[in-house]
Design a protein around this ligand. Sequence first.
Ligand SMILES: *Cc1c(COP(=O)(O)O)cnc(C)c1O
Length: 289
Amino acid sequence: MTQALQINWQDSVIQTIRFKNRDYFLKRDDLLTPISGNKARKLYGLLNTGFSGYQRLISHGGAQSNAMLALAQLCQMIGLPFHYYSRPVPKWLRQNPLGNLRTALDAGMQWHITDNGLPAQQTEPESLMIPQGISMPEAQSGLQRLAEEIEEFCQDKRIDKLSVVTPSGTGATALYLQKHLTHPVYTVPCVGDRDTLEKLFRQLLPDTERYPLILDSKKRYHFGELHPELLAIYQDLLNSTGVEFELMYDAKTWLVLQDQAFDTPVLYLHNGGISGNESMLARYRRLNS
Ligand SMILES: *Cc1c(COP(=O)(O)O)cnc(C)c1O
């Protein structure tokens, strides 16, 4: 029943961009198809292990989550039902889903709203449970692959020292990338604070040699909150590089990055997620109208 699903890894090129008088390498994981961004990396291991014996996939999280969309697309392609659980959302969103939620529902996702945002019953053995944000040990192989692509790029271009920068939610992307990369990975906590992210790192990999280096802003940004400076840097980036970045993770990370000095070339990892911008831009428009 399950068909082979291939990710087109060669689409993730590395280009050079210039922003506020600095050059950056940009790794375009956002161009990956048919699943985009770091969610493609995180699902790669699962694609290889296969889904035989499973009747359905179950996950939970926010109603506009990028992980939710990636899982909905995956399930549509392999022909497994996908059940997704969220906390209660505003009535207007339930009646008129937009953005990632709309796309995921169109891909056949079965959406359940519960008070705690979790599945009510104990899950049966034929249900494959995916943790929130696809943060799981199986996510490691896709990030190892990414590390190899970056190492190969450095060899080709004779780059000895490189700093890699990427935002963090669950931290799985930065952590597993760092595990397999010789160059340092810098990351900005976008969902919780520095302490939460450090704890997540240690939970996922209690004894690894090197953890990613955490950079943060002085100002606290709560995930998903609207801030004019986030929208402004998103627009600045779009105007000066021609690349659309993501409004929650990337915008904060670029704010931190622009004030940070590095003594090596910097490679920014674009994790995709711009499909989530539609609903964020709609919120900014409502705020400004
Ligand atoms: C999911 C996501 C992240 C967070 O990745 P983690 O592995 O959970 O840290 C960062 N950026 C974008 C655009 C995402 O969609």
